[in-house]
Design a protein around this ligand. Structure first.
Ligand SMILES: Nc1ncnc2c1ncn2[C@@H]1O[C@H](COP(=O)(O)OP(=O)(O)O)[C@@H](O)[C@H]1O
Ligand SMILES: [Mg+2]
Length: 249
């Protein structure tokens, strides 16, 4: 069954339909990639899923429940997490503290909050440590964020998203700006998360797409033009014309 499903989702900016009638079903436990040229509407699609933007028309369902119009601050509580950019990281704080805040924020009940030490919330602490371990940063939990590398910061962003125990994880070009070695590490990491999480991945680099995806959907001028396995997408003539042709090595 689809864990996340959109029905004719549309977002117009004036005359421009950035996302146009997108009906997409993400099966639970899969890594489903969305590819397409720059300006295809991929990030706007994520902005609709996370409530950052309200759709012009169409619906979004999570576990069969209509969540269209849920305000952005409520969406993470539904279990839809986006990997944030570095701006959401506090450089002077430890990796653990940064991840702990995310784990804590997702806690089911926050009745009776007081300014206590993190130890007083064992569940959040465990979740934070597990998330750091998941991304290979357990050994650096106590280091301040400003001391880790660019690639490790990206891993940390992933840990922050994982700490919220998301049902669906949305990743928008996680490898952007990473060196080849760091990219390799990130790909290995995504492979390790596969199956345990439902992941929707926006990515530009075709080698990454081909090596980690279960399903691939292709966007072009706001619309979905193809969906299939990585092998099917690679062979698809329309996709090659729209996209692969321009970047194929
Ligand atoms: N807030 C906005 N206002 C107006 N136009 C926007 C806005 N956000 C995105 N767009 C336009 O929508 C189109 C899709 O953009 P985007 O979703 O960022 O594409 P992608 O992520 O696939 O590169 C682009 O033409 C972009 O300029
Ligand atoms: Mg984008």
């Amino acid at each position: 069954m689809a864990i996340l499903e959109t029905d004719r989702l549309t977002k117009s900016f004036g005359a421009l339909a950035a996302v146009s009638g997108v009906s997409l079903a993400i099966e639970a436990g899969t890594l489903h990639s969305i590819i397409g040229p720059n300006g295809a509407g991929k990030t706007t699609f994520f902005n609709l899923l996370t409530g950052a933007l309200a759709p012009t028309s169409g619906t979004i369902a999570l576990d069969g429940r209509d969540i269209t119009g849920t305000p952005a601050h409520r969406v993470p509580h539904l279990g839809l997490a986006r990997s944030f950019q570095r701006t959401n990281v506090f450089p002077a704080f430890s990796l653990f503290d940064n991840v702990w805040v995310a784990a804590f924020a997702r806690a089911p009940s926050r009745k009776g909050i007081a300014w206590r030490s993190a130890d007083r919330y064992p569940e959040a602490r465990e979740r934070a440590l597990a998330a750091l371990a998941d991304v290979g940063l357990a050994g650096k939990a106590d280091r301040p964020v400003r001391e880790i590398s660019h690639g490790e910061q990206r891993q940390l962003e992933l840990a922050i998203a994982l700490a919220a125990s998301p049902r669906v994880l949305l990743l928008d070009e996680p490898a952007a700006g990473l060196a080849p070695e760091e990219t390799k590490k990130l790909v290995a990491l995504m492979r390790g998360l596969k199956g345990r999480y439902t992941i929707v991945l926006i990515e530009h680099k075709m080698d990454i797409i081909m090596s980690v995806s279960d399903r691939v959907s292709v966007m072009h001028f706001g619309s979905l033009i193809a969906e299939g396995t990585p092998a099917e997408i690679q062979k698809n003539a329309e996709v090659r014309r729209a996209y692969l042709g321009g970047v194929a090595a």
